[in-house]
Design a protein around this ligand. Structure first.
Ligand SMILES: [Zn+2]
Length: 380
């Protein structure tokens, strides 16, 4: 049976947590529609009142933590907080395989005039975790997605800073259960349910390939006791301001953020996912599992905002989604795999294991069919 696709955007029903209404419109599109009914002036005011509660008048500590990657969104988070006169401590949980452009953009955030903690995670442990993530749940970026949520909260606890300012609520932009979409706070429950951890818990790693509990300290969310002692509270800026990746990229660029001269492989943008050579592998596995990639995410954001017609988007997505990640941000796959001590044969075997047979065609003997460009062929 054909895979159902949203009538308005290009999300397929295979996307986790996506729901469709009686008109065949997906929950990501419906969440976007709701934005028109939101009084953004009121929300902006609400935000200003909120941050006043956290602004310190003793100049003795930072007003807030901003988790940053160096990307367009985190650059905007910093700009917004500086505009509001806040004194933030920016926290980077260093990415798996940082690109030179990613490094430049982190330095650019510092140059906006902020203090920054760059929390470097033990690369030996990280590589093992990348490999386990890829082998067991088909997600090389699993440790990164844990660390970007846990490290800033740990730093907030350590520095006694109450407010943590996150960017978008991914459940709102990309579709998810109603309760998760409307959330303005990010806490342990949101992270465990919607943070994209795919059912693998940090504690599951203990004892695997030599991983010890002490290796997992930065990947562990602080205890409720510690959170309550400091009074840590995490908010989504996307709840208070209408979030738009492309708009953020324009704003960020005027403050020194740099983009690629060409589109990122397998994507429709040159302004996001610029910092980590492993992200192309992460996005490719999403395509293998669910039949859509980063190009679809970006195209859908443009469709909803009237910047791209659905039929043009469909053509673009066919050209860009699902390209085998022979290079990621210009780095050859073999070199990226070398960093995690994995051969390409092993990688291809893992790819096949996670490829969705309901989405992609196989021969009578069960082998996946590929076209002349080494791309999987979808069932029609
Ligand atoms: Zn949709």
């Amino acid at each position: 049976m054909a895979i159902k696709i949203c009538n308005r955007c290009l999300y397929p029903e295979t996307k986790p947590d996506l729901e469709f209404d009686e008109n065949g419109v997906c929950s990501a599109c419906l969440a976007y529609d709701k934005r028109a009914g939101i009084n953004w002036d009121e929300r902006g005011q609400e935000f200003l009142e909120l941050i006043e509660e956290y602004r310190r008048d003793d100049d003795d500590n930072y007003d807030c933590v901003i988790p940053v990657s160096g990307g367009k969104d985190s650059t905007c988070q910093v700009i917004r907080m500086l505009q509001a006169g806040m004194n933030p401590l920016c926290v980077v949980a260093t990415t798996d395989s940082l690109s030179s452009l990613g490094r430049k953009n982190i330095e650019n955030i510092k140059s906006l005039g902020v203090d920054m903690v760059e929390y470097s995670l033990n690369p030996k442990v990280r590589r093992v975790m990348n490999r386990i993530g890829l082998e067991q749940i088909g997600d090389i970026s699993w440790p990164e997605h844990v660390a970007i949520f846990t490290v800033p909260i740990r730093v907030a606890v350590q520095f006694n800073i109450k407010l943590v300012v996150w960017g978008e609520n991914s459940q709102n932009e990309y579709g998810g259960p109603a309760a998760s979409q409307d959330s303005k706070v990010l806490n342990r429950q949101w992270l465990e349910e919607f943070g994209g951890l795919l059912g693998l818990r940090v504690t599951d790693l203990i004892g695997q390939q030599g991983i010890k509990p002490k290796d997992l300290i930065p990947y562990t969310y602080p205890s409720n006791e510690e959170l309550e002692r400091v009074g840590v509270s995490g908010v989504f800026l996307g709840y208070y301001f209408p979030w738009d990746g492309m708009g953020n990229a324009i704003l960020a660029q005027s403050y020194g953020f740099q983009v690629l001269p060409t589109l990122v492989e397998g994507s429709l943008a040159n302004y996001e996912n610029l910092d980590n050579h492993q992200t192309g592998i992460h996005d490719y596995f999403k395509y293998l599992k669910y039949g859509f990639g980063r190009a679809t995410d970006i195209a859908n954001n443009h469709i909803r905002r009237g910047r791209l017609s659905r039929s043009d988007a469909l053509n673009l997505v066919k050209r860009h989604d699902g390209i085998y990640p022979a290079t990621c941000l210009g780095k050859p796959l073999s070199e990226i795999l070398e960093e995690i001590e994995m051969t390409q044969e092993k990688f291809d075997e893992i790819c096949d294991r996670f490829t969705n047979k309901k989405v992609f065609r196989t021969t009578s003997s069960g082998e996946f069919i590929r076209d002349s460009e080494n791309r999987l062929v979808k069932r029609t």
